[in-house]
Design a binder for this molecule. Structure first.
Ligand SMILES: Cc1cc2nc3c(=O)[nH]c(=O)nc-3n(C[C@H](O)[C@H](O)[C@H](O)COP(=O)(O)OP(=O)(O)OC[C@H]3O[C@@H](n4cnc5c(N)ncnc54)[C@H](O)[C@@H]3O)c2cc1C
Length: 300
């Protein structure tokens, strides 16, 4: 780790030691990460990953942390955060080039201001370009895959560019190579009617505020929807609405959301997820797959 810190100093890249991940993730749980590194742009991100590769250090990458639960034991090793890489360029012909850490909501606002339409589906998804592509984030009948044209990734010491078709996006997953990191992406939008787009965004946000617990810390949908039934409906049928462990509970508003009342530990959240998965299998014969990513080390 000392050698890494020396190299980061040389390229003047920002980092913080022993950072509490409860301050990073939207669920507000998680232990300490040994070192969090904040590249400020795409070229610095590539330098950081090349250094990590040369030093043979394990790493994790995160964007907004809005789809991730970090264990109470934290993360042993290095976390690279794209949060400072927020550049968004509106190009000609409705194209938008955005760095991995650009926030989806900011891309939406900037594109609306430029009279572009197509990104409205992302209203209220609090993630970044990297996390959005990794998850093929979607809502309101739209997904990232519908608007992405090209994705640049760092892989094994090189930056390469992939077309949308090479990524094989599916419901909340894709075929990005293992060990790759999204560095930036090109989106294609169309020229539209700004007023109509803004109205659609407002309707989406209004619907969200009525149906999701957006004022309490959470990580969005916990489980993917099985083919048979929406996960929220299933959890409601199983009696999980309001079910609580420690400071975490399944939301009364939407049973596929777990909310942190303020004192939750990651272990409370993870236990709720395990219990719901077990009950879904035992009582309905359904295998629930988590949409949220759970990472880190269990506290011993
Ligand atoms: C209130 C709320 C509402 C939500 N609503 C929705 C919704 O409607 N639809 C939806 O799809 N999601 C929703 N989410 C979940 C979440 O916002 C999305 O999945 C979002 O795309 C995650 O982005 P992020 O940057 O926060 O990802 P993170 O949580 O930081 O990371 C998620 C995953 O992506 C990986 N990743 C992050 N950056 C990169 C990168 N640069 N390269 C490679 N991998 C990377 C991480 O390693 C991790 O595995 C919601 C979350 C909340 C809290």
């Amino acid at each position: 780790m000392n050698r890494l810190v020396k190299e980061l100093d040389k390229i003047e890249c920002e980092y913080v030691s022993r950072f509490p991940m409860s301050r990073y993730t939207s669920m507000r749980v998680g232990g300490i990460v040994d070192l969090i590194v904040y590249p400020k742009n795409q070229s610095e991100l590539i330098m950081v990953f090349n250094i990590l590769r040369c030093l043979e250090l394990d790493w994790t990458v995160l964007g907004g942390g809005s789809n991730t639960i970090i264990d109470d034991g934290g993360i042993k090793g290095v976390l690279v955060s794209t949060r400072k890489m927020r550049d968004i360029q509106i190009l000609e012909n409705g194209k938008v080039l955005a760095e991995a850490g650009a926030v989806l909501g900011t891309i939406l606002n900037n594109s609306l201001r430029a009279g572009l339409s197509g990104f409205e589906f992302a209203a209220g998804i609090p993630g970044t370009v990297g996390g959005g592509i990794a998850m093929n984030a979607g809502a309101n009948d739209g997904e990232i895959k519908d608007v992405v044209e090209r994705v640049w990734i760092w892989l094994d010491g090189k930056e390469i560019v992939l077309s949308r078709d090479e990524i094989n996006f599916e419901y909340r997953k894709n075929d990005l190579p293992k060990g790759s990191v999204v560095t930036r992406a090109l989106f294609f939008l169309t020229h539209g009617n700004r007023k109509e787009s803004e109205k659609r965004v407002k309707d989406y946000l209004d619907k969200r505020s009525k149906t999701q617990p957006i004022t309490t810390s959470n990580s969005g949908s916990i489980f993917k929807n099985p083919a048979e039934i929406p996960a929220g409906k299933l959890l409601e049928e199983l009696g999980f609405k309001g079910f609580t462990i420690g400071g975490a509970r399944f939301s009364e508003l939407h049973a596929n959301f777990i909310v942190n009342s303020g004192s939750a530990k990651a272990s409370d959240v993870i236990r709720l997820i395990q219990m719901a998965g077990e009950e879904a299998f035992l009582r309905k014969g359904l295998l629930l797959e988590t949409e949220v990513k759970i990472i880190g080390k269990e506290k011993s």
